[in-house]
Design a protein around this ligand. Structure first.
Ligand SMILES: Cc1cc2nc3c(=O)[nH]c(=O)nc-3n(C[C@H](O)[C@H](O)[C@H](O)COP(=O)(O)OP(=O)(O)OC[C@H]3O[C@@H](n4cnc5c(N)ncnc54)[C@H](O)[C@@H]3O)c2cc1C
Length: 407
């Protein structure tokens, strides 16, 4: 069988299917874990259950959009193309959809944590796990109070946290600017040593179990009762008994070949990875009001985030990485911002903040994409769900909310 996409979703699906004895070939035009999955913020954000589209967030939109280098940007020329997605996003924030999304996301996160902890052990990658928790900061009492309903929602789903200030906050992250008056510590928040290294290590495990890689761009896919055909950019064809499309922000282009129109957009994100010596950051630091995080990695200190709804074709605007780095320097006054490497990635995002996991309209094809901000976090669970679908086993979650045909 075949998987298109060697990002973290394709890698985890390959690992779990190989464990189940399936003979798997992964096709990717770049390599294994070389694109969006390579440079993200490294969080296993199992407690991040709140859907992106919600009233509080939508209220912030005008303020964020007013700043061209702020947490959210929409290039004006892209707005007409984006509009249908934005309308769906807006609708997903309605109270009745929101509650369903929240419960679905919470169920998915339980599975995500269980599946990753188990896959880390099976693949020998547990030493890459960092269990240091996260710290989120507020610049005023008003900002802190505005965050409380969200924390109450998380509490409903059993997520542990502690609001902090003063000496305790200073001890959890020394050197922080006094502009931050309060914080929230989430002890269960986890990160990984480096998302690219983890992806490659899980792939090495899949390879040991027999998974193979073919370096090629897929031009088109076809499917029928006997299986799927993959047409490569050089015109040659490959056949597979079953096909999984896990091509990140480009997946909808292949799904269209099969008659499925899926409103996948991309939330482009930016960061800069500094040398580890830039600052002693003790755990992931989250500046929600500014839309970015700082993550200490084995390979450096990563500063970034932000959302740019700008599609897959326009060139990166690295002024956005620079703007976040300048803010980071203000927030951690001792930070040395020199010697960094800038990066942009394409979060594959659906308007209801849930991925597409399920069977295509065409036979023998499955979709696994659209994980938005949470692809690393939910990749092992997605691998598990795809494995169950391919093997015809009952998955541990109701997959109705993830159906490709829900739009
Ligand atoms: C700034 C930023 C920070 C983030 N932080 C986090 C975080 O802390 N935690 C978290 O859980 N998530 C995070 N994410 C989200 C996460 O990185 C993504 O959800 C995840 O990487 C998506 O994985 P994927 O495998 O679906 O896509 P990708 O990693 O993009 O992989 C898709 C692959 O498909 C290949 N491909 C596409 N089309 C074709 C084709 N036609 N032929 C051949 N190959 C093809 C591409 O080359 C690519 O390698 C972040 C994202 C960004 C941008």
């Amino acid at each position: 069988m075949a998987i298109i996409g060697g990002g973290i979703i394709g890698i985890c699906a390959a690992a779990l299917l190989s464990e189940a004895g399936r003979s798997v070939t992964v096709f990717d035009r770049t390599g294994i874990c070389e694109e969006t999955s390579s440079g993200n913020a490294a969080a296993f954000a199992f407690s991040d259950v709140l859907p992106l589209a919600h009233k509080g967030m939508i209220r912030q939109l005008p303020k964020w959009l007013a700043d061209p280098l702020g947490p959210l940007a929409i290039p004006p020329a892209y707005l007409p193309k984006l509009l249908p997605w934005l309308i769906r996003f807006w609708r997903a924030g309605a109270a009745k959809h929101y509650e369903t999304s929240l419960a679905t996301q919470a169920g998915m996160m339980k599975l995500a944590e269980a599946e990753w902890m188990s896959l880390l052990d099976r693949s020998g990658t547990r030493p890459m796990l960092r269990e240091e928790g996260s710290l989120e900061f507020y610049e005023s009492e008003a900002e802190f109070r505005a965050s409380l309903p969200g924390w109450a929602e998380r509490q409903r789903f059993g997520i542990g946290f502690r609001h902090i200030e003063g000496e305790e906050m200073a001890a959890l992250q020394p050197g922080l600017s006094p502009r931050f008056v309060k914080g929230t510590f989430v002890p269960g928040w986890k990160t990984v040593a480096d998302p690219k290294l983890l992806g490659k290590a899980v792939w090495a495990y899949a390879e040991k179990l027999g998974a193979r890689f073919e370096h090629a761009r897929v031009e088109r896919v076809e499917a029928g009762a006997d299986g799927a055909t993959i047409v490569l950019a050089d015109g040659t064809r490959r056949t597979a008994s079953k096909l999984v499309i896990a091509a990140g922000a480009w997946s909808h282009l292949l799904a269209k070949n099969l008659g499925d129109r899926i409103p996948l957009e991309t939330e482009r994100g930016y960061n800069t990875t500094l040398p580890s010596s830039a600052f002693a950051v003790k755990r992931q630091l989250i500046f929600s009001g500014h839309g970015f995080v700082i993550t200490p990695l084995q390979t450096g200190l990563r500063v970034g985030g932000a959302v740019e709804l700008g599609g897959i074709d326009r060139p990166p605007n690295f002024a956005r990485s620079k703007a976040m780095l300048e803010k980071a320097k203000r927030f951690l006054p001792g930070l040395d911002p020199s010697g960094g490497r800038e990066w942009m990635g394409y979060r594959p995002s659906l308007p209801d903040s849930l991925p597409v996991i399920g069977a295509a309209r065409a036979p023998n094809v499955y979709y696994a994409f659209g994980h938005g901000h949470l692809g690393l976090t939910q990749s092992a669970a997605t691998g598990r769900l795809i494995r169950d679908l391919v093997l015809g086993q009952t998955p541990p979650l109701d997959l109705t909310p993830f159906r490709p045909q829900r739009f």
